[in-house]
Ligand binder design. Structure first.
Ligand SMILES: Nc1nc2c(ncn2[C@@H]2O[C@H](COP(=O)(O)OP(=O)(O)OP(=O)(O)O)[C@@H](O)[C@H]2O)c(=O)[nH]1
Ligand SMILES: [Mg+2]
Length: 449
């Protein structure tokens, strides 16, 4: 499936992983490669151009979360932009429901009806097929055969010329405990007559889903077809068939991706098993053939989370107010893996303090001890640490079971930290830069001081 597109994209990925370093020239080259691969894969010109432009712009302008290499970041951007052109993922409900298949002649409706029956059967649901195609001479027999193979019942009225009547009878016959799949007639084109028939059937059946079946071999034309059907009768999902035999599958998928009707399944062969729920993320991972792409993306997510946490701490630091409660919160956040390092590396000012080195090493142990002490303080003391003197220190030490010396060293550390915050706030140039950086989401402040 999509062999040549996949191959070109995988080569591009290899180019990135093998390059000595990622620079502007490499980014441009990679973007050109992707563009060429997409155009060759029948992806619509504007879509291909837009994607490559987005990749280039993001790769040159955005900064990777600190801790992530530019190389991995570039791969992540390409992956995200490719996923984006495939549209949203459409969930498949695993409950009894009514599904109506529509589409032009020969697109794969009847075959897909059988494949869908198999899909739901395997999920443990009871399924039945309804033969509403009154145009193709042997349509009922074709479905009947599929039903026999699958062991599911097929409802139909051989010889009946009115699809509406079959639908009405089927609705009387079944009672909502099955997945009902309705096969319908095709036409050469989306004619008025077909639109009316679908609308009538929709009225009678009241389907939960109307899936449009489209043959991938028509490539980007699939977008026009999907749009026309969507506007005429409203479809809830598109099934793109014959992905196995077509080099134009990428064009079909991406074109449908722009219509607002999500691709829900893809057909990948003539057998009943050859149907896949379409998940854009998984599809692109597989196409790029990167086994460790998952790991890369998870790492990126973790780093981004750390960045957010670090930002919260920094915001607290620059907010102006800083009491013992705030200090504890800052410590707590700093104790999370990676957060403190991130802050220290971005604030050159902090590198000067010995306190901070200790914080890295002992933060968790210290947090545990200090937590007990802080718990023995009154709300008033936490808010106004300057009132904690002689008697209060004795009381807090007794209450927490630690010695007075430890209470004093906690207070000492608080004052030291508070002084540091004040100095930071006094450094207007640094503060301005810090606020700006916080806003832009860029944590790297090295070189500012
Ligand atoms: N290779 C391949 N062939 C498929 C796939 N889906 C359907 N076909 C073939 O496409 C042809 C047409 O499929 P049908 O299911 O009869 O199409 P239809 O939309 O019901 O056609 P009409 O009833 O004439 O409107 C058959 O020969 C199928 O075997 C697929 O995913 N891959
Ligand atoms: Mg058919």
């Amino acid at each position: 499936m999509l062999d040549s597109l996949g191959q070109s994209l995988r080569e591009t990925m290899r180019k990135i992983t093998k390059a000595g370093h990622v620079d502007r020239a490499l980014i441009k080259e990679v973007v050109r490669d992707i563009q060429r691969a997409l155009l060759k894969g029948d992806v619509e010109v504007h879509l291909a151009l837009k994607l490559s432009k987005n990749v280039e712009q993001r790769a040159l302008e955005e900064k990777p979360p600190s801790g992530m290499s530019i190389r991995d970041f570039l791969i992540k951007i390409i992956y995200e932009e490719l996923v984006k052109i495939l549209g949203e993922e459409k969930e498949v409900s695993l409950h009894p429901q009514k599904i109506m298949l529509v589409g032009l002649y020969g697109q794969g409706k009847t075959t897909t009806a059988g494949k869908l029956a198999r899909y739901f059967q395997k999920k443990g649901l009871s399924v039945a097929l309804v033969a509403c195609d009154v145009h193709r001479p042997a349509a009922y027999e074709q479905l009947k055969q599929l039903g026999e193979k699958l062991g599911v019942s097929v409802f139909g009225i051989p010889g009946e010329k009115d699809a509406r009547k079959i639908a009405r009878e089927a609705m009387k016959h079944f009672h909502g405990d099955k997945v009902l799949i309705f096969d319908t007639s095709g036409r050469h084109a989306l004619e008025e007559d077909l639109i009316q028939e679908i609308k009538d059937l929709k009225e009678i059946i009241k389907p939960n889903e109307i899936f449009l079946v489209i043959d991938a071999t028509i490539g980007q034309q699939a977008g026009k077809q999907a749009k026309a059907f969507h506007e005429a009768v409203g479809v809830t999902g598109v099934i793109v068939t014959k992905m196995d035999g077509s080099a134009k599958g990428g064009g079909a998928l991406s074109a449908v991706g722009t219509t607002g009707a999500p691709v829900v399944f893809i057909g990948t062969g003539e057998h009943l098993e050859d149907l896949e729920h379409f998940n854009p993320t998984r599809f692109i991972s597989r196409l790029l053939g990167m086994g460790d792409l998952e790991t890369l993306l998870e790492t990126a997510k973790e780093l981004e989370l750390q960045e957010e946490e670090a930002e919260k701490v920094m915001e607290k630091m620059v907010s102006g107010k800083f009491n013992l409660k705030d200090m504890y919160e800052v410590w707590e956040q700093m104790a999370k893996p990676g957060i403190l390092q991130k802050i220290l590396y971005s604030l050159p000012l902090f590198k000067m303090g010995e306190v901070d080195k200790n914080l890295v090493e002992e933060s968790e142990e210290k947090l545990r001890r200090y937590r007990v002490i802080l718990d023995s303080m009154t709300y008033e003391e936490l808010e106004n640490p300057q009132i904690i003197k002689g008697n209060r220190i004795r009381r807090i030490a007794l209450g927490s079971g630690r010695d007075e010396q430890e209470v004093r060293s906690l207070l000492k550390e608080y004052h030291k930290m508070k002084k540091m915050m004040k100095e930071m706030r006094g450094n207007r140039k640094l503060m301005r830069a810090l606020r700006k950086q916080l806003k832009s989401g860029n944590m790297d402040l090295s070189g500012l001081v």
